[in-house]
Design a protein around this ligand. Structure first.
Ligand code: AQP
Length: 332
């Protein structure tokens, strides 16, 4: 049976970008690739590569776990766990640090972007992050990893590390393939369509929609989203970046073709288009929020996480024991 593995780090409230680029894709894949096993985790160890408030972090960890299920992942078919509850992730992460070069890590654009933004207090774990991410994936012999466009480079490095390990120590890890959605792979900030909508980038709250925003807030944010003075509804990511982003969101949230939407609104105006888009988002998010509310404090969520931890742990323990033997660590 093929295995799909992916995760999200609890560095902020989940955004519409995380939903359209990741979670919604997970749900679709689970429905489409019925013969695949789905390992899904909350990447809490990755979150502490930048300073987190412990109480907020713990709350967000459960928020993400509950959101996965509220968004439609099948709890019976998903092995759902917290990254920090499986110590072998970090153990393998360390071994993989010894199989990746400084130059490769320095080339990661996410690292370069974060450095550009943060300037000071850059932790060493932020730098070595891709080694731990590679471990999260290859420890479970993932065949496929669904990610948005922004994570493509990290996944390429994961493949490089896995191949390097296999070449030196003999075939051991499955080399994963990326699964990148055609629509919704990169949702941009509503106020600055040059930059990606990110959950940790909270400088301008009008720039992002979180999955917890109430309906009025969602509509308001869409109404004030940056467009242009051209005033014509067409898909032109070069000259109408803001509008192109809104069209992408519309297409992705309603599972429609961008051109089909352009056709419907070509004689309309931005105001009407934005109103309809706001309604479409609310229609999808309201029931998700309701399910999330019921799950978050439930024993059911704890049971799902306990079961997921046990299954993932079992696999990780066995794989890691063999891995250490391959590398020559320990006594036998
Ligand atoms: N704007 C986006 N459009 C489409 N997909 C997106 N993803 C993130 N932002 C967008 C996808 O969501 C998953 C989240 O993975 P992550 O939390 O491990 O890291 P990230 O990509 O760094 O996400 P954020 O929201 O930008 O977090 P911060 O602000 O902490 O860096 C991935 O599958 C990603 O592709």
């Amino acid at each position: 049976m093929k295995r799909i593995v992916s995760g999200i780090k609890p560095t902020g409230s989940l955004t519409l970008g995380n939903y359209l680029g990741a979670i919604k894709q997970f749900v679709k894949l689970q429905q489409k690739m019925e013969d695949c096993e789905f390992f899904l985790f909350v990447a809490d160890m990755h979150a502490i590569t930048v300073r987190q408030n412990p109480a907020e972090l713990r709350k967000r960890i459960l928020d993400i776990a509950a959101m996965y299920i509220a968004c439609g992942l099948d709890k019976e078919k998903t092995v759902l766990y917290l990254q920090s509850e499986i110590p072998q992730n970090v153990e393998l992460g360390y071994i993989l640090q010894s199989n990746v070069y400084m130059g490769e890590l320095e080339r990661m654009t996410q690292f370069k972007d974060k450095i550009a933004k943060q300037e000071t207090s850059i932790t060493s774990s932020l730098f070595t992050y891709p080694a731990l991410m590679a471990a999260d994936i290859i420890l479970y012999d993932a065949d496929y990893v669904p990610v948005g466009d922004d994570q493509k480079q990290h996944l390429e490095l994961t493949r490089t590390i896995a191949n390097r390990f296999n070449n030196y120590y003999g075939d051991f890890f499955t080399v994963p393939e990326p699964l990148i959605p055609e629509v919704g792979a990169r949702i941009m900030d509503l106020q600055d369509p040059e930059k990606k909508m990110s959950k940790s980038d909270t400088a301008n709250p009008k720039g992002f929609i979180t999955l917890f925003d109430d309906s009025a807030t969602i509509r308001r944010k869409i109404n004030s989203a940056m467009t242009d003075s051209i005033g014509v509804i067409k898909f032109d990511p070069e000259n109408q970046k803001g509008l192109a982003n809104l069209l992408t969101i519309f297409a992705s949230i309603t599972d429609r073709d961008v051109l089909d939407i352009v056709n419907e609104y070509k004689d309309s105006n931005y105001k009407v288009f934005k109103e309809d888009l706001g309604n479409a988002i609310v229609e999808v998010l309201e029931p998700i929020q309701e399910k999330h509310k019921n799950l978050i404090k439930s024993q059911e969520l704890q049971d799902i996480l306990n079961k997921g931890r046990d299954i993932a742990s079992d696999y990780a323990f066995k794989k890691m024991r063999k891995c250490k033997r391959k590398v020559g660590l320990g006594r036998k």
